[in-house]
Design a protein. Structure first.
Length: 241
């Protein structure tokens, strides 16, 4: 999934540095960033339209239109775009609340500051942008929820089957289910958690995935799983209209 992000700063080196930080944070999450860099508030607004950007990083002190004024005009058009100020002073912290800013970073900020800001924004964004954070073979990984087909527990290991690979981690099902916390995922068996977005159909005792794989349903859960899947399908269809 692509995330469209705008950076507005009148200093070229500041724009470049922030772009590098954002790209590193997105790569860690396996998110494709679509960065658009602007040197003034006027240029940003000339290119802006509602829904174009998921996030906008704004310096406040710029020649011409200030970042705060640009933010006000953006908010008049788009109530869902996340606004993050990246500036040199705390002086406009109160004003940032007026435009419902998601974060306020003061230069010089760190990579961790940018990472935390992205975490906050992505958590407020649609489900497809959320990630599951796990450790696999001593490597910390961020797995997009949208890419998970199903989770399987065997022994003391969790096998997270995704569109591209199977990732193994030492986690309990209850922990994973609580962290995922998504209406798209169904605990259909004590050892299986299925992403219904990737289910092709539901038989008597298993989900048939779009990949052809079968995910078993617990013997006592068949009627309940069928009802949940039918209701989920209806709600998804209704929301697309």
């Amino acid at each position: 999934m692509d995330v469209f992000i705008a950076i507005c700063d009148d200093l070229p080196e500041e724009r470049t540095q922030l772009a590098q930080m954002i790209r590193a944070c997105c790569q860690k999450r396996r998110i494709d960033d679509r960065l658009h860099l602007f040197s003034s508030g006027e240029d940003l607004l000339a290119s802006f339209r509602p829904g174009r950007f998921h996030m906008v990083f704004l310096d406040i002190y710029m020649g011409g239109l200030s970042g705060m004024d640009a933010a006000r005009r953006i908010r008049e058009q788009d109530g869902g775009c996340a606004l993050i100020f990246a500036t040199t002073s705390y002086d406009h912290g109160i004003e940032s609340f007026e435009v419902q800013a998601s974060d306020y970073l003061v230069k010089p900020f760190s990579l961790q500051d940018v990472d935390d800001a992205l975490d906050w924004c992505l958590a407020k964004m649609p489900e497809e942008f959320r990630c599951l954070s796990i450790c696999s073979r001593w490597e910390q990984m961020e797995i997009p929820l949208r890419s998970i087909l199903y989770v399987e527990i065997s022994g003391h290991q969790a096998y997270i089957h995704t569109e591209g690979a199977t990732v193994v981690t030492r986690r309990k099902m209850d922990e994973l289910e609580a962290e995922i916390a998504s209406e798209d995922f169904l605990r259909c068996h004590r050892s299986f958690l299925v992403n219904m977005n990737h289910a092709h159909s539901l038989g008597g005792n298993a989900f048939r995935m779009k990949t052809g794989e079968l995910v078993p349903i617990g013997s006592t859960s068949a009627a309940w799983a069928r009802e949940r899947f039918i209701n989920w399908t209806f709600i998804k269809t209704w929301r697309r209209k």
